[in-house]
Design a protein around this ligand. Structure first.
Ligand code: SAM
Length: 238
């Protein structure tokens, strides 16, 4: 393709921010595999998780930790390795680094120090669900994970009740039913939502409809796994 960044070989002093699969190993791109197998080192959220993925791919590279609890120091380490001429890849446990995952500080450090940083796009739970949801995608607001406390979540729903665009949230299996009950209480039974569970995995479930219908489906389905929730603007009909 014209203008494509064709290089499948990492360059010295470059940071590659690499999206990894959210459940289906075949979703790792060819470019990601090529870069991961040749960089000097890979910064990752959990060395066991990334180590297991790399083993399945037959890739062996040195790993070092970059996670929520050491992100500032690890971002400095990445910068000094880059300045010493190493090529580094940054991955999170799953999906796109920086999207409700560590990654932001390394990107900021590279931009601040004018070090080359290269995105390797790929899986992301948010965009995967948006693309099939049937909800408006021309503009949307990604709110990430809401606060764990019920009162804060209800306040959020009330505050964004009349928001003009689709709202996207991440939620864990432990809170999904409670969150859907709060959502229905705050926005009413007719509001259209889309729920995506275990995307790209064996038990992938995608349901779009008014909240009350989606909640009914959720009652009968397994609540295990990971969820993305999309909320349509008020008045939106399928
Ligand atoms: N960086 C990731 C991305 O690009 O999507 C998100 C990481 S965040 C720590 C994990 C959350 O993403 C999960 O709690 C869930 O809300 C969502 N998620 C990740 N994988 C998913 C999947 N396969 N199906 C549904 N939701 C998923």
């Amino acid at each position: 393709m014209p203008g494509e960044n064709a290089s499948l070989t990492p360059e010295p002093g470059h940071l590659y921010v690499v999206a990894t699969p959210i459940g289906n190993l075949a979703d790792l791109t060819e470019r990601a595999k090529a870069i991961l197998s040749q960089v000097d080192a890979i910064a990752c959220e959990d060395t066991r998780t990334t180590g297991a993925m790399l083993t399945r791919l037959g890739i062996r590279r040195p790993l070092f930790a970059y996670h929520d609890h050491n992100e500032i120091k690890a971002a400095e380490e990445i910068a000094s390795r880059l300045q010493a001429g190493q090529s580094i890849a940054l991955v999170s446990d799953a999906g796109t680094p920086g999207i409700s995952d560590p990654g932001f500080r390394a990107a900021r450090e590279c931009q601040r120090l004018k070090l080359p940083i290269v995105p390797l796009p790929g899986a992301c739970a948010l965009t995967s669900l948006l693309s099939v949801s049937g909800l408006p995608t021309d503009a949307f607001f990604f709110a990430g994970f809401l606060a764990p406390k019920s009162a804060a979540r209800i306040r959020f729903f009330q505050e964004y009740r009349n928001f003009k665009h689709t709202i996207a949230l991440y939620e864990s299996c432990h809170r999904i039913e409670k969150m859907m009950t709060e959502l229905e209480g705050a926005l009413g039974t007719e509001r259209v939502v889309c729920l995506g569970r275990e995307l790209t995995k064996k038990f992938e479930t995608i349901v779009t409809g008014p909240i009350n219908e989606v909640r009914e489906r959720l009652k009968t389905a397994s609540k295990k796994g990971e969820f993305v929730v999309l909320i349509a603007p008020e008045g939106y009909e399928l």
